[in-house]
Design a protein around this ligand. Structure first.
Ligand code: NAI
Length: 247
């Protein structure tokens, strides 16, 4: 029997990058997967590819920073698939700037998507998980939230916030049979990091003990572990998938 047979998963930011590969990995493991993102066309493609992996998959265009939009989508997923076992809060953005130049808008946009979006996701989905007395919530943080990063004070603060949120909710929901963990990826090759200048990449590389950037599939595999029964005794953990960068 597939690892996640009869489980229902929700992945935010599933149109590309880490979220897309995560949705595909969950579908391949047998989960019915709801793929959420802002770009309708791309997220439909993810769902289409997930169906080819053998799983049932749904696609939704949604902005995770809008509570009512997200709530309506989750209600629809529950109505169609009958349960919610896994939530992956992956949607995230960067608006980099040095602190003295950073605008309030850049700060707010990053906080609204990365931190408030994860809060909304957990708040909405945990209602269903509490009724089921089971569930797995995986929040995508970042190495920046652990060690900080120049020019990313908004992003690093949002990701450090994700870690505090993960640990607090893990304590609250543990008696309800729900595990809540975070993953802190290092530099992963996606559209988000393709924006980095070549010279920045050259400076970064020697700092990574494993000597290379990571692949989205390598984060997806860590998500799969935290979404599966293999991690039933793990909660409130921050799993570093960073080639040793934060060591
Ligand atoms: P990406 O930019 O390739 O994809 C981001 C996804 O989030 C897209 O599907 C986009 O539609 C979605 N999204 C953004 N804002 C949204 C909103 N308001 N509502 C719904 N969906 C929204 O990014 P990537 O690299 O795949 O990153 C995924 C997650 O991993 C993010 O949380 C990011 O912060 C985190 N991360 C990425 C690292 C990297 O090196 N690529 C390193 C550490 C963390």
């Amino acid at each position: 029997m597939p690892l996640l047979d009869s489980k229902v998963a929700i992945v935010t930011g599933a149109s590309r990058g880490i979220g897309k590969d995560t949705a595909l990995a969950l579908a391949e493991a047998g989960a019915k997967t709801a793929c959420l993102a802002r770009n309708e066309e791309l997220v439909k493609q993810t769902a289409e590819e997930a169906r080819k992996k053998g799983g049932e998959a749904l696609a939704y265009k949604v902005d995770v920073s809008k509570f009512q939009e997200l709530e309506a989508v989750v209600e629809d997923i529950y109505g169609r698939l009958g349960r919610i076992d896994i939530l992956v809060n992956n949607a995230g953005i960067t608006r980099d700037n040095l602190i003295i130049r950073m605008t309030e808008e850049e700060w707010d946009q990053v906080m609204d998507t990365n931190l408030k979006g994860a809060f909304f996701g957990i708040k909405i989905v945990s209602r269903y998980m509490i009724k089921q007395r089971s569930g797995k919530i995986i929040n995508i943080a970042s190495v920046a939230g652990v060690v900080g990063n120049k020019g990313q004070s908004n992003y690093a603060a949002s990701k450090a916030g994700i870690i505090g949120l993960t640990k607090s909710v893990a304590k609250e929901l543990a008696p309800r049979g729900i595990q809540v963990n975070a993953i802190a990826p290092g530099f992963i090759t996606t559209d988000m990091t393709s924006k980095l200048k070549e010279e920045t990449k050259e400076t970064l590389l020697p700092q990574i003990p494993l000597g290379r950037f990571g692949l989205p599939q390598e984060v997806a595999r860590a998500v799969l572990f935290l979404a599966s029964p293999d991690s039933d005794y793990i909660t409130g953990h921050v799993l570093h998938v960073d080639g040793g960068l934060a060591m």
